[in-house]
Design a protein around this ligand. Structure first.
Ligand code: ADP
Length: 323
């Protein structure tokens, strides 16, 4: 590993996705026949690790622009083995993913509506529930990390401990609070990057989702988080694009890529986080000023590729597919 490239660590979930494609979402009591079905590696943590790794290098894994590690847990079943080999295939260091005896690997049941590409998801966390606070310090990985990425699919206590420990050690944190849960205000104080989608922005910002339909509403919510200490607030808005607001007062609404044929939006948010994280980690490593607008623009372009393909991890593009 070159010490010149930034080190990104993802502390989070690994799930096996069971994905059914349907003509429409089932109504209460309705039984539907899926038009197709696939099993694939997933989990927000694992997907964001794969996104960072794939977007940092071409398909032959040569010349990566970042070192990417995953910290988490799988069960001692074949699903766990598949998740570990999926990380390795994409160039993610999985040496700190623990294989837990007598536990099952996390599962996500995903239903995708063919017409709109919209998904509905049920998660059973399993081994992810076992990722306790001791995972934050084991192996000393925080000391080698330039940017720590987390979501909320592992126990909240672990996430809060990691945020505090990272702050103590001066490690940048990118928090993607998904699925949305109310967080203590202290989390936002000094948080370098907060990336939310519309649902998360509304729940955590304490507003109705329709308030985010206007630029004024987005600015109001963004200012709320910046007021609590967030340095860079980013809200992804699906087919509308992305809004960002920084502590220094920079802000913008970047439109989604036009003419995109949406097939399956699963993984779009994770792709966005991965591409943005590569820019954030590089700026951190090089010590220069972070161009938030530039990072958001590149992430927006990468996520637009993901929505044109089926699946989660496999729909995320390699670096040479977006440049
Ligand atoms: P999540 O999947 O986490 O809910 P979003 O739906 O907000 O996230 O999508 C994340 C990003 O993916 C968007 O900000 C945008 O960059 C891209 N994206 C999503 N839907 C589309 C679309 N219909 N056309 C182009 N880009 C899209």
């Amino acid at each position: 590993m070159s010490s010149q490239i930034p080190h990104i660590t993802i502390l989070g979930s690994l799930n096996t996705d069971l994905v059914a494609y349907v003509p429409h979402h089932p109504l209460p009591g309705e039984t539907l026949t899926a038009t197709s079905f696939l099993t694939s590696p997933g989990g927000k943590g694992s997907n964001q690790a794969v996104a960072c790794a794939k977007l940092s290098r071409p398909r032959d894994l040569s010349s990566p622009s970042a070192h990417v590690s995953m910290v988490g847990a799988v069960g001692s079943d074949s699903n766990g083995d598949l998740l570990l080999s999926n990380l390795a295939t994409h160039g993610v260091d999985s040496s700190l993913v623990t294989k837990l005896p007598n536990k099952k690997t996390g599962i996500a049941m995903i239903v995708v509506e063919a017409e709109t590409g919209q998904n509905r998801i049920i998660i059973s966390g399993e081994a992810n529930h076992q990722v306790g606070e001791e995972y934050v310090t084991q192996g000393g990985w925080l000391d080698k990390t330039d940017l720590l990425i987390m979501q909320l699919e592992i126990p909240m206590g672990t996430v809060l401990e990691a945020v505090e420990e990272a702050k103590r050690r001066g490690v940048d944190v990118l928090l993607n609070p998904a699925p949305a849960k109310i967080l203590p205000d202290g989390v936002y104080d000094g948080l370098r990057h907060l990336i939310v989608n519309e649902t998360e922005a509304a729940i955590l910002g304490g507003v109705e989702e329709k308030e985010l339909d206007t630029l004024e509403g987005l600015e109001r919510v963004g200012k709320g988080f910046v007021g609590k200490g967030v340095e860079n607030f980013i809200a992804t808005l699906g087919g509308r694009g992305v809004f960002y607001l920084t502590k220094g007062g920079r802000s913008g609404l970047i439109e989604a890529e036009k003419g995109v044929k949406v097939v399956d939006t699963t993984g779009a948010g994770d792709t966005f986080v991965g591409r943005y994280a590569l820019e954030a980690a590089r700026a951190r490593k090089e010590g220069g000023e972070f161009d938030v607008g530039g990072a958001v623009g590149r992430a927006n372009k990468a996520a637009a590729v993901t929505v044109t393909r089926e699946g989660a991890a496999r729909s995320i593009p390699w670096r040479d597919e977006v440049e």
